[in-house]
Design a protein around this ligand. Structure first.
Ligand SMILES: Nc1ncnc2c1ncn2[C@@H]1O[C@H](COP(=O)(O)OP(=O)(O)OP(=O)(O)O)[C@@H](O)[C@H]1O
Ligand SMILES: [Mg+2]
Length: 548
């Protein structure tokens, strides 16, 4: 059931559970506290109040005894009327206060607790006894004291009042305060004690409530942690597996691999999609593989066909060129000068055709992987000399000057000389072809620098050899130049910088394609810089020691 939930639902339920636990915990803590605290608070208030009033009552009782004694004392002295009056009013207010206190004590609430019931009973008995004594005492005291409120008081009257008061005190037993006093304080202590116990209990309830909240928070914290780890694991573990499977598939191209589907949530769907993707990639790879094999076979047969055809074409062509040369010579000898221009045209066209066929043969061989390197040690200045001798007539044809810039001791190189020669002649023939009345330089230098290949061009890096020294042959011209757009395509076979080139300059667009591939076969690279109407620089980087 849990497995069938989506990740979002799982997280939602998880948070819900944690929040639920927190809410239940806090609510139960609050309810428990309220349930136990409320009655306790009421009882505590009553107990504290009763204890306070009882305390007041016992104080009032002591005060009563004191006031009685004072009044008796004052009555013995008729001069001191003011003191007598003070004593009387003190006693009166004393009685008034006590009556009030008794009134307060009489208010006894309902209770089911036996212990409290007993104390309330004791309180009732006590107030009853107090009242009886006060009710007995107060009217008699008032009657007696009225005598002292008459004018012309003489010591005799006062003495008799004093005696009567002493008697009244004795008879009513109000002066016998101690039994009542100790009973009052005992009862007060019991109420006070119970209030103290209630306060302790109150505090315990509070601590209990706090504990519930703390335990709740700990449980919910634990739950949240478990959920976080659980959900994290639920997401991370299958993701890890998927990453491993994807990496293994891409590294080993093992398309039989599938990631295990362990749930039906988003991760499960993602895993299924990955598995589906692997299957699709497997299908496409197989199709591509088949297509590649077919294409390679077709390409091979095309190259073989072209190689054979070129060979087959070259033999009769050489015969045509040969015979036209012979005819040219013979016509010259016999004085048939009228035939000469046509025979020259046959020769030029034949040679051009042979060059083109030879280029086609070269590119076919390269593409079919049939190029064999014949490596040898040779002096570089010898190569330069050779190339310049061949290229000079080409350059001069367009009124160009061909110059060489090379250090005197340029040294030797270990490479396939005819192929290097072919590359340089292709470049020089281009420079001569696309420059008019300009200067063409062949600049040669030996360097320890690395060829300028973009670092992300892994293909190029794979092709070039990692040599410690390079020979750089630069062919610089002041010809028509090329735009950046044209530069993108010039190394592709049969492609020329623009469509009008063939018309204006002839050629098949194979020279640079052949040169670039030959360079790569030799572990080198060709780079080009060019500006429209300004000229071009082609640089050939070749290792000093080509590896076979
Ligand atoms: N030095 C140069 N100046 C200006 N354009 C050039 C130069 N070298 C090459 N190009 C351009 O690059 C194109 C491709 O050159 P490439 O040598 O491959 O072919 P081609 O010279 O036209 O024919 P082929 O070399 O087969 O006779 C040329 O047609 C030309 O447009
Ligand atoms: Mg060319």
């Amino acid at each position: 059931m849990f497995d069938r939930l989506s990740i979002r639902q799982k997280i939602g339920w998880g948070y819900g559970l944690v929040i639920g636990v927190v809410l239940v915990g806090i609510t139960s803590a609050f309810l428990t506290e309220t349930y136990y605290k409320k009655p306790l608070q009421t009882q505590l208030k009553i107990d504290q109040e009763k204890a306070k009033v009882l305390d007041g009552l016992s104080q009032s009782l002591l005060q009563l005894k004191h006031n009685q004694d004072n009044l008796v004392q004052s009555l013995s002295n008729s001069q001191d009327i003011e003191k007598i009056e003070q004593g009387v009013s003190a006693l009166r207010s004393n009685i008034f206060v006590m009556n009030n206190q008794l009134q307060q004590l009489q208010n006894i609430p309902e209770t089911t607790d036996n212990q409290i019931q007993q104390d309330y009973q004791g309180l009732q008995d006590l107030t009853q006894r107090y009242k009886e004594r006060l009710n007995n005492y107060a009217p008699q005291f008032e009657k007696l004291i009225q005598t002292t409120e008459k004018p012309n008081l003489n010591p005799k009257i006062l003495q008799s009042v004093q005696k009567s008061l002493i008697n009244l005190n004795r008879s009513t037993g109000i002066t016998q305060v101690y039994p009542l006093y100790s009973e009052t304080t005992q009862l007060e202590n019991r109420f006070r004690k119970r209030a103290e116990t209630a306060i302790e209990y109150y505090e315990q309830i509070e601590v209990f409530g706090h504990r519930i909240i703390i335990i709740t928070l700990v449980i919910s914290g634990g739950l949240a942690t478990i959920l976080a780890i659980g959900i994290g694991g639920m997401i991370a573990i299958p993701l890890d597996t998927m990453i491993k499977v994807a990496e293994q598939v891409s590294e080993e191209s093992d398309f039989a691999l599938q990631a295990p589907v362990t749930s039906s949530d988003e991760i499960g769907v993602l895993t299924q999609s990955l598995n589906h993707l692997i299957l699709r990639v497997a299908e496409y790879t197989e199709e591509l593989q088949k297509a590649k094999i077919v294409a390679e076979a077709a390409n091979r047969s095309k190259s073989v066909f072209l190689a054979n055809m070129s060979h087959e074409l070259r033999t009769p062509l050489n015969a045509i060129i040969g015979y036209s040369e012979m005819l040219h010579e013979e016509s010259e000898d016999l004085g048939y000068t009228g035939f000469l221009p046509d025979l020259e045209r046959i020769q030029t066209a034949g040679k051009h055709l042979r060059d083109m066929i030879s280029d086609i043969l070269d590119i076919s061989k390269i593409e079919a992987g049939h190029v064999t390197l014949y490596l040898e040690n040779f002096p570089v200045d010898k190569l330069i000399e050779d190339v310049i001798t061949t290229a000079t007539p080409l350059a001069e044809k367009n009124n160009n000057v061909l110059k060489v810039k090379a250090k005197p001791n340029i040294g030797t190189m270990y490479a396939d000389m005819p192929k290097v020669r072919q590359i340089l002649l292709n470049l020089l023939s281009n420079a001569s072809k696309f420059t008019e009345k300009g200067t063409i330089y062949l600049i040669v230098e030996r360097t320890q620098e690395k060829p300028p290949i973009p670092e992300d061009d892994e293909l190029m890096y794979g092709l070039i050899g990692n040599s410690s020294q390079y020979l750089v042959f630069r062919v610089r011209d002041t010809g028509i130049g090329m735009t950046d757009e044209q530069l993108q395509h010039i190394f592709k076979p049969f492609i020329q910088a623009d469509a009008s080139t063939t018309k204006r300059f002839g050629g098949t667009g194979l020279g640079l394609a052949i040169s670039q591939r030959l360079c790569q076969i030799l572990g080198g690279v060709i780079t080009v810089e060019s500006k429209m109407d300004k000229g071009s620089i082609f640089s050939v980087w070749l290792p000093v020691h080509v590896k076979g």
